[in-house]
Write a protein that binds this ligand. Structure first.
Ligand SMILES: *Cc1c(COP(=O)(O)O)cnc(C)c1O
Length: 422
C-alpha cells in the first residue's frame, strides 16, 4: 500500500497518514523523497516508464503539508478555503481537505469536484459574484449555503433560486494596483454602492453574513490587505446602521504568494484585524488562497522533441507550451524557468553543472509562432530526447490549458511524491 512508503516523524505523522487515506490520493502510488530528491525521482520516472516521452507533473504532497503548517503558524485565525480554479487536481484537493481546508468554488463543476471527495457542503464558499441561475439552483440542491455578490441583479437571482443562502458582499479592494492580475476592474462593490446593496438584501429578506474582497492575484504589496480590511469594517458598520443583524464573516480572499511577501501579508492582516475587528468577538475570518498552496507543489518535466542551430543560438521544441501548461505566460503574466535534464546527451552529469551554456529559445509544440516559452535563456547544448524541468508550475497552468492542435493539456499525467516534512 502507498502509505507504507512514507516515513515521517512526530506531529507530521498524523497529517501524513490522513493524507495517504484521502480521496484523490488513496490507492495511488506516492513516492517518498528526500528534501532534494525531486530530480532523482524525475530521472527514475523518465528511465522507467517514459518510452512515450510525454510531459508529466510531479506533485509533492509534503510541500503542501509544509505550506499548510506555514499558513497555520502565520495566520492561525484565518481559515483557508482553497481556490479550486488555481489547480483542481483531485490529489491536491484531497490533501488540502485532509489538512482541514475549506474550498472556494466558482462553478457547478468545481462544487461537484469538491463534494465528490466527501467534503461537506458547509466547507464550500461559492465565491463567484456572478452566477448562472442553473448553477445557483444546483448549489441550493446540494446545500452550499454561502456565496458572494456585488450587484442588484445577483441579489434578485439568489432571492428567487436560493433564498436561504447566506451572502458575503464582495467589495472592490481600494488598492489592487500592485497585483500581477488585478480583479478590481471586474468585481467588487464601490464604496457608494454598499448601502443600496445592503438595503436591497434587507428588503429581499436575505442574510448578509459578511464581507469579502480580493486584493488581486499575485499581490505585491501587503498594504492592499490593510485598506481592504478597513473598508470591510466600514461595511460591517453600515449594515448595523441599517438595522441589519451584525455580520460575522470576514473573507480576506486570495492573492498570497509563497515567498517572503507572504510573511508581510500575514503581519499586515493580523495587525489590521487587531486595529479594526478587535471588538467583534464571534468574528470568523476566512480566506481564498489559490496560488499559495498550488504553485510550488508542482514540477513539470517536458521532453525536447526538436532542435535547430543558428550560429550561436540554440532553438529547441518541447512537448508542452503556451496552449498547454505555459498558458500562464499569457493569462497569469507569469515567468517560467527551466533547468536541463540531459538524460540522453550527458548521463553522468544530467543537470549539466559547470557546462558551457548558449543563448537558447524554447518553443512549444503547436504550429503557432506565439507558442514560444523561453527566449534568451541560457542552456547547455542539449539534444532531441533530453528533458527540461520547470519548477513552480502548479498555479494557473494545467487548469487553463487547451487541447489546441491535438496537444492535450488534460492528458498530462501527475505523479505523486511526498518529500520529508521537517
Ligand atoms: C482566483 C480567485 C482566488 C485565488 O486567488 P490567488 O491569487 O490564487 O490566491 C480567490 N478568490 C477568488 C474570488 C478568486 O477569483
Amino acid at each position: 500500500m502507498a502509505s507504507e512508503q512514507i516515513r515521517a516523524n512526530g506531529s507530521n505523522h498524523k497529517s501524513l497518514r490522513s493524507i495517504m487515506a484521502a480521496p484523490g490520493v488513496k490507492g495511488k502510488r506516492v513516492t517518498s523523497i528526500s528534501k532534494d530528491g525531486l530530480t532523482n525521482l524525475i530521472q527514475s520516472i523518465i528511465s522507467k516508464k517514459q518510452e512515450q516521452k510525454e510531459p508529466f507533473y510531479v506533485l509533492d504532497l509534503g510541500m503542501v503539508v509544509s505550506l499548510m503548517e506555514k499558513w497555520n503558524r502565520s495566520l492561525p485565525n484565518v481559515r483557508p478555503f482553497y481556490a479550486v480554479k488555481c489547480n483542481p487536481e483531485p490529489a491536491l484537493l484531497g490533501t488540502l481537505a485532509a489538512l482541514g481546508a475549506g474550498f472556494d468554488c466558482a462553478s457547478r463543476a468545481e462544487i461537484e469536484a469538491v463534494l465528490a471527495l466527501g467534503v461537506s457542503p458547509d466547507r464550500i464558499v461559492y465565491a463567484n459574484p456572478c452566477k448562472a441561475e442553473s448553477h445557483i439552483k444546483y448549489a441550493a440542491s446540494v446545500g452550499v449555503n454561502l456565496t458572494t455578490f456585488d450587484s442588484l441583479d445577483e441579489i434578485e437571482k439568489i432571492r428567487r433560486w436560493h433564498p436561504t443562502c447566506a451572502l458575503l458582499l464582495r467589495l472592490k479592494a481600494p488598492d489592487d494596483s500592485g497585483a500581477r492580475c488585478p480583479l478590481g476592474p471586474k468585481y467588487g462593490a464601490l464604496p457608494e454602492e454598499v448601502t443600496p446593496l445592503l438595503q436591497a438584501c434587507h428588503a429581499a429578506h436575505l442574510t448578509v453574513a459578511g464581507i469579502s474582497f480580493h486584493v488581486g492575484s499575485g499581490a505585491s504589496h501587503s498594504g492592499a490587505y490593510h485598506g481592504a480590511i478597513e473598508a470591510a469594517k466600514a461595511a460591517f458598520d453600515t449594515g448595523t446602521k441599517l438595522g441589519m443583524p451584525r455580520m460575522r464573516i470576514l473573507n480576506v480572499g486570495g492573492g498570497f504568494t509563497m515567498d517572503s511577501k507572504f510573511d508581510d501579508a500575514a503581519i499586515t492582516i493580523n495587525q489590521a484585524l487587531e486595529t479594526y475587528f478587535a471588538n467583534e468577538p464571534g468574528l470568523i475570518v476566512i480566506s481564498e488562497p489559490g496560488r499559495f498552496f498550488a504553485e510550488s507543489a508542482f514540477t513539470l518535466a517536458v521532453n525536447i522533441i526538436g532542435k535547430r542551430v543558428r550560429g550561436n543560438l540554440r532553438e529547441y521544441w518541447i512537448n508542452d507550451g503556451i496552449y498547454g501548461s505555459m498558458n500562464c505566460l499569457l493569462y497569469d503574466h507569469a515567468t517560467v524557468t527551466a533547468t536541463p535534464l540531459a538524460w540522453l546527451s550527458n548521463r553522468t552529469n544530467p543537470t549539466c553543472r559547470g557546462t558551457k551554456t548558449y543563448p537558447s529559445t524554447v518553443f512549444g509544440p503547436t504550429c503557432d509562432a506565439l507558442d514560444t516559452v523561453l527566449t534568451g535563456h541560457q542552456l547547455p547544448e542539449l539534444q532531441v530526447n533530453d528533458w527540461l524541468v520547470f519548477p513552480n508550475m502548479g498555479a494557473y497552468t494545467a487548469s487553463a490549458g487547451s487541447n489546441f492542435n491535438g496537444f492535450k493539456t488534460s492528458a498530462i499525467s501527475i505523479q505523486l511524491a511526498c518529500s520529508n516534512v521537517s
